[in-house]
Design a protein around this ligand. Sequence first.
Ligand code: URA
Length: 209
Amino acid sequence: MKSELYNQLVQEILSCRKCKLHRYRKKPVPGEGNLDAEIMLVGEAPGEKEDEQGRPFVGPAGQLLTRMLSELGVSRGEVYITNIVKCRPPGNRDPEPDEISSCLPYLVRQIEIIRPRLIVCLGRHSAREILKLAGYRESEVHQISKIRGKVLRVKILGLDIRVVPTYHPAAALYNPRLREYIREDLRRAFELLKGRDNDKSERTILDYL
Ligand code: URA
């Protein structure tokens, strides 16, 4: 049942023409991984390599992410990886608001199907959109440096989900200092689900602003 719903969704994404990005893409990038994953990683939009292969996070930023996951003993097949926007914006520009709003229903359905316990937001665009789905206003979430690594307990589509925002691995390609932060945030996210994180307090984003 889950896989039928998922396959149907993938087919829709593969033939999507809801926004102008379909004119420039080679391949849409729906996402991939374990449909029973407890952790979902959400990036921004496919880049050049992802557009060529139709797979998320396979270019340089993706290789860095994959390496960081494997350092934590986590394989890509254990998690589910996707993006806010499923087609590559030309020249890797930021996705535009109309593109995000056309594409977001796909992410909503992915969350409904997979029902993750925790979402790691890779980068500020992802954090903004995921936290908006959790009911926050855009003005409350724009500073990734203030909220990275925090565990935000939210409700998305009626599901209790913890959200851990972190920097985008592409930013860490050019700024090695950010790699340490991403590593730390990923470690925290995985330890939390294994019950090894000591911070059991309820937090909302307002506690951090
Ligand atoms: N950057 C993203 O945000 N997503 C990808 O899939 C690749 C690079």
